[in-house]
Design a protein around this ligand. Structure first.
Ligand code: G3I
Length: 327
């Protein structure tokens, strides 16, 4: 094509997503898909996608993104009737343009909850507020969000209900209210209940908490599709999480996912390999999300918990996953 005509195309060329040379030898998303799983993902948001090489690394090596903060209640709906969509829209557009699946995070959570919701003490008002929030948010992204963390961190360590405005006013009825509203809003989305410290098979939060309750709620027809085990681990806990994936699957859900994996490392890179092996060995485990790209961008950077270093180079943690998935 004549150079004189190329200038006409320049603006369009700039719009196409660019995939810079991959820092890692192989994509762990491609490798885990080759093993029959659905994704290997990470969390991010607009600020990080516009920082350094995060976008390039995610585009080249991960198949799913979770909004780290932009879809939480305080971010989306800070005042009654007021929605601020900008950052969540940015992530959804970025991911959709690049064929990345999205894990919506999170609709009902006691933390990062808009202050005006915390103060509700009337049963019918709270039910209406929960149903309206879920419908408003899920309608906006209908068909674009692959999984939704409908409820996050609702159990205490002993398996009892965590005190929150939701459990204080509605006891555990808010579970059926939230999941039924979510199913009605977007039948295409897989609906998850998500929590942390689900990393030891016999732990009360696993057995009395998540497994016994989800089994009961499923028997009541509450549409829970999956359980998310967050996986914020210390060194040496990878094998325990791997065993617990199987226990969670035994609750009767269709799917289990590792949703927020980071491991504060000693010298044991085997932990990441143990978690990935645990997902590979459980047919119901559909995928793994690590909670960030670079150590320094982690919510807890101590102990270098992630897969990439400050220069966006893959660490031994990343390479141990590649080795396992390449067998
Ligand atoms: O947006 C404000 C910014 O305006 C302000 O200048 C800045 C300094 O105060 O704070 C910014 O908000 C921070 C927010 O992240 C966005 O960066 C909050 O202070 C900070 O507390 C918040 O931390 C998030 C944390 O959840 C809050 O609980 C982390 O990024 C996020 O990784 C973490 O993720 C949670 C999952 O959602 C649920 N599971 C546990 C996991 C770790 O806590």
């Amino acid at each position: 094509m004549k150079a004189s005509l190329l200038f006409l195309l320049a603006p369009f060329a700039a719009a196409a997503p660019t995939v810079e040379p991959r820092q890692a030898a192989q994509s762990i998303d491609a490798l885990i898909k080759a093993k029959g799983k659905e994704y290997f993902g990470t969390c991010t948001d607009q600020r990080l996608l516009q920082t350094g090489r995060n976008a390039a690394i995610i585009e080249a090596n991960f198949g799913s993104v979770t909004p780290e903060n932009s879809m939480k209640w305080e971010s989306l709906n800070p005042q009654r009737g007021v929605y601020t969509w900008g950052q969540a829209d940015y992530l959804v557009n970025w991911a959709t343009q690049r064929n990345k699946t999205i894990r919506g995070h999170t609709l009902v959570w006691h933390s990062q909850l808009a202050g005006w919701v915390r103060n509700i003490n009337n049963r019918n008002e709270l039910i209406g507020v929960i149903e309206n929030h879920i419908k408003t948010v899920m309608d906006r992204y209908k068909g674009k969000i692959y999984h939704w963390d409908v409820i996050n961190e609702m159990f205490n360590e002993d398996g009892s209900l965590r005190p929150s405005v939701f459990s204080n006013v509605l006891r555990d009825e808010f579970v059926g209210i939230a999941f039924r509203a979510a199913r009605a809003a977007d039948p295409s989305a897989k609906l998850y209940i998500n929590d942390y410290n689900l990393d030891q098979p016999g732990y009360a939060k696993v057995t009395r908490g998540m497994v016994d309750n989800v089994r009961r709620w499923l028997s009541q027809g509450i549409p829970i599709d999956g359980i998310g085990t967050q996986g914020h681990l210390q060194a040496g806990q990878g094998a325990g999480l791997a065993q617990t994936i199987r226990v969670l699957a035994g609750s009767g859900v269709k799917e289990v996912a590792v949703t927020e994996l980071d491991i504060q490392q000693g010298t044991n890179t085997q932990d990441y390999a143990n978690v990935v092996r645990g997902c590979l060995d459980e047919p119901k485990c559909v995928g793994i999300t690590v909670w960030g790209v670079r150590d320094q961008d982690s919510w807890r950077p101590q102990g270098n918990p992630l897969l990439f270093d400050g220069n966006y180079n893959p660490k031994a943690n990343y390479n141990s996953i590649v080795q396992l998935l390449s067998r």
